[in-house]
Ligand binder design. Structure first.
Ligand SMILES: C[S@@+](CC[C@H](N)C(=O)[O-])C[C@H]1O[C@@H](n2cnc3c(N)ncnc32)[C@H](O)[C@@H]1O
Length: 286
């Protein structure tokens, strides 16, 4: 079969191809990919269905479609993901930022504002692409952010993203292992984290797209709580008295996380639901 010539033709061909490979939301995926190649908005594509696509753009689009057909996450194919009003570059070294994590940012920003401090020191533990630290830096103009991770490749990307989003003056990227005992006096006013929280035995059962993401960003140990436990246990060595800890965790983990925070001696422990009605966020006073 010869290649299609028009926008509508390419979209139809891509949709059929992606459906054949089990890609969820094949039509929307095809639109996102073609919009990226043509440098236009997804909404405009349908209106421009009769427009001719150049041979070069057609080839470029098909390279994208084939990659997506291998169940590579859409954001990895595009190379970026929108997050809380920021453009966040992504690659295989980092988790693709999720919409629920925008709610973590919102909650952390509210907790920060409630402290009414003129200059806030905020640490993002397990920063990955840097999305949380960068979005918080934009949301809290008086804050200094520390974005930590153990993955050098993630830290490199987080740094690039901070520069591209014009907050690199206030986002410091640091290699730090949350499992290493912390020395010195607590210095942060707010710690925020979306740590790995999937139980090890569950990781291999995840969707093919998720399995393309780094295991280091997913695997939360045998019960999924290893990182959450370490962060809760370390909170008082990291965050000043009266400061806040804000966490994202998995569906079904709320009770355990609440217990971990209380056992660590934190106060005013609150659990929040995400936009899908699942208990996925916690805030506490250190
Ligand atoms: C679930 S991802 C979250 C990434 C990003 N904050 C987000 O919300 O999209 C967890 C991150 O924790 C990092 N990580 C895993 N183990 C760590 C450790 N021991 N110390 C610090 N960071 C760690 C991973 O490299 C990964 O980037």
């Amino acid at each position: 079969m010869s290649d299609p010539k028009t926008v509508a033709g390419w979209l139809a061909k891509a949709e059929a191809y992606l459906i054949g490979r089990g890609v969820p939301e094949a039509s929307a995926n095809a639109e996102f990919l073609l919009a990226e190649v043509l440098g236009t908005g997804r909404g405009r594509l349908r209106a421009e269905g009769a427009q001719v696509v150049s041979e070069r753009n057609g080839l470029h689009f098909w390279t994208f479609v084939r990659k997506r057909g291998k169940r590579v996450p859409l954001a990895y194919v595009l190379g970026w993901q929108p997050f809380a009003g920021c453009r966040i570059e992504v690659n295989e070294a980092v988790l693709v930022p999720r919409p629920e994590t925008e709610e973590l940012v919102e909650l952390a920003a509210r907790e920060a504002e409630a402290m009414k401090l003129p200059r806030l020191h905020v640490v993002d533990v397990g920063t990955g692409s840097g999305c949380v630290a960068i979005a918080l830096a934009k949301r809290l103009p008086g804050a200094q952010l520390y974005a930590t991770d153990v993955s050098p490749a993630a830290l490199k990307l987080a740094q690039d993203n901070a520069v591209a989003n014009h907050v690199s003056q206030r986002v410091r990227v640091l290699r730090e292992d949350l499992f290493k005992p912390r020395a010195g006096a607590p210095w942060a006013d707010l710690a925020v984290s979306n740590p790995p929280y999937i139980p090890t035995a569950e990781v291999d059962k995840l969707e093919p797209e998720v399995l393309k993401e780094p295991r280091l960003a997913l695997d939360g140990g045998p019960d999924g709580l290893e990182h959450l436990r370490a962060i809760a246990g370390d909170a008082k060595r990291l965050v000043k008295p009266g400061g806040r800890l804000v966490l994202e965790f998995g569906a079904g983990q709320a009770e355990s996380v609440q217990r971990l925070l209380l056992e660590a001696g934190l106060a005013s422990v609150r659990i929040y639901k995400d936009f899908q009605g699942q208990e996925r966020l916690a805030a506490a006073v250190v």
